[in-house]
Structure formats: C-alpha cells, structure tokens
Ligand binder design. Structure first.
Ligand code: ADP
Ligand code: MG
Length: 257
C-alpha cells in the first residue's frame, strides 16, 4: 500500500536511521494463534473501510477505564497495518501510563514529550522500522503537564506533519472516563476506536464514554471487543487474545470525509 506518492510525502521529514527490533509479549507475530492474527486482520479491514471515506488517517485508540486493552490493541493494529506495506506510525499519547515503549522494548529518553517541549526534532525522537514499515514515537520522559502538552500548538503541528508523512497513524491514548487527553487528541484525527474488555468493561461506563465523545463531537469509528469469548473456542485455543470487532452506532457523530 506504500505508494509512490507516499514515498514522496515521506521525504518531507528526514528520518534518522533506526534499528530493527523484535517485538515480544502479547504482540502478534508469525507464531501467534491463527484466530488472534485473523481477529486483528478483521479489525484492520473494518478500519480501512471506515478510513477510506475520511481525510485524516490518524486514529486514536481509547476506552472507558484503565487495563481494557488499549495499548495492546494499538500495538497490534499498528503491526497488522504495517504488514500491508503501508507506512505506519504508532504514537504513545498515554503520557501518564506509557506502555508502547515496554511492548517494543524501546526507551523513553526521547519521545513525544521531548518533541512537544522543543528539546528534540521529530526525526531525533523517532524509532524507525521497529518492524518493517512501522515507526514508533514513545511517550518520552514523564511530564508534569500531559494535558497541556497534548493540547498545545506544537501537538497540532506534529499531528499535521505526521499525517502528511504516513499512510496511517495509530495513537495509544489514556482512558476517556479518567482524563480528557484522548478527546483532546482525537479532535485532530479521524476519530476514536473504543476498546471494551469482555467480563471487565462496564456498560454504564462505556455509555458515558460514548456520550463524552458525542459531546466533544468526536467520531467513534468502531469498537474492539477485547477477550471476546465467541470464536476462540471454535479454534480450540484459550479465550485470551480473542478479538472481535463491531461498529458502535455513532448516531449524530458520524461524519463523512
Ligand atoms: N486479550 C487479552 N488477553 C490477555 N491479556 C490481555 C489481553 N488484552 C490485554 N491484556 C493484558 O492486560 C493488561 C492491560 O492491557 P493494556 O493493553 O496495557 O491495557 P490499557 O492500555 O487499556 O491499560 C496487560 O497486561 C495486557 O498484556
Ligand atoms: Mg495503555
């Protein structure tokens, strides 16, 4: 999916050379169970259909509460998108509980906070080709004012630069019912994919999250059901790592283009 136009666009940022690193843990790879790989490919397909009609190809991944699977979903979605040949950027915008660095074994000395404070240029903080076609910007060092940084002009500038340089941008964000960071960032993207975790997420909390998104006029692009207990048993695997995908009814929030 990396087009000639994309490559031309990429020249607008001079990226620092990066090293290939093997991803581990809960990240999908060739030896992951078939149903896990297929689930993420299904999520990818649905997301690509949804994004086809939007100008922005940047997507925020969030949920109601902590530990529902936002970071895991962000990382795996970025991986399967990169496998199509598209140029993908994964950004850790959870500046309060950064996780992407741990999943990919990257350090946080340079990252989003150092870019937003003007300490580093984008290319200095970028981890290029962590896996083929996937670049990552980690959270950077912990900062005392995450919401201010994410709402700053520098953040808007960064989002416009990277949206021109990449085919898709996946943004890992904090939970919506806890802090406003995800909504602040999502307003400058195509919208939010919400993650809910079966057996953990509460219906009333999810309802509140959806209301928050609508109130802020942020599109809900879809809902990922993490640890869904449906098709997994069919393939004879445990229930863990099973992902389902369905569209929330975005109601009046649905915008096209
Ligand atoms: N489908 C799953 N099966 C098993 N463990 C999972 C699954 N999804 C997430 N986890 C684990 O749950 C914990 C929280 O996941 P994480 O993605 O960090 O959530 P969040 O970003 O929403 O806080 C992590 O330890 C992660 O490895
Ligand atoms: Mg997280």
């Amino acid at each position: 999916m990396a087009t000639k136009a994309t490559k031309t666009k990429q020249k607008q940022i001079s990226f620092a050379p990066g090293k290939s690193k093997r991803s581990e843990g809960i990240l999908v790879n060739a030896s992951s169970p078939f149903h896990v790989i297929e689930s993420f490919k299904n999520i990818r397909t649905n997301l690509l259909f949804t994004l086809a009609t939007r100008e922005s190809k940047a997507v925020v991944i969030s949920s109601s509460m902590p530990r529902e699977g936002k970071s895991t979903t962000s990382a795996n979605l970025a991986i399967v998108l990169a496998q199509t040949g598209a140029q993908v950027l994964l950004m850790d915008c959870d500046l309060r509980k950064p996780t992407i660095n741990r999943l990919f074994k990257l350090n946080t000395q340079k990252g989003l906070t150092t870019i937003l404070c003007g300490i580093d240029k984008i290319e200095e903080a970028l981890n290029e080709n962590v896996i083929p076609n996937l670049d990552i910007i980690t959270s950077g060092p912990v900062s005392p004012n995450p919401s201010e940084l994410l709402g700053s002009k520098r953040m808007s500038d960064l989002l416009s630069i990277v949206q021109k340089a990449y085919d898709y941008i996946i943004i890992d964000a904090p939970p919506i019912n806890v802090v406003s960071d995800a909504i602040i960032v999502a307003k400058q993207t195509a919208g939010i994919v919400l993650v809910a975790r079966q057996g953990q997420s509460r219906h009333d909390y999810l309802q509140k999250t959806i209301e928050n998104c609508r109130f802020a006029d942020v599109d809900i692009l879809g809902i990922v059901m993490n640890e869904a207990k449906s098709s997994a048993s069919y393939y004879g695997y445990g229930y863990n790592y099973s992902y389902g995908y369905g569209y929330a009814n975005p109601g009046r929030g649905a915008k096209q283009g």
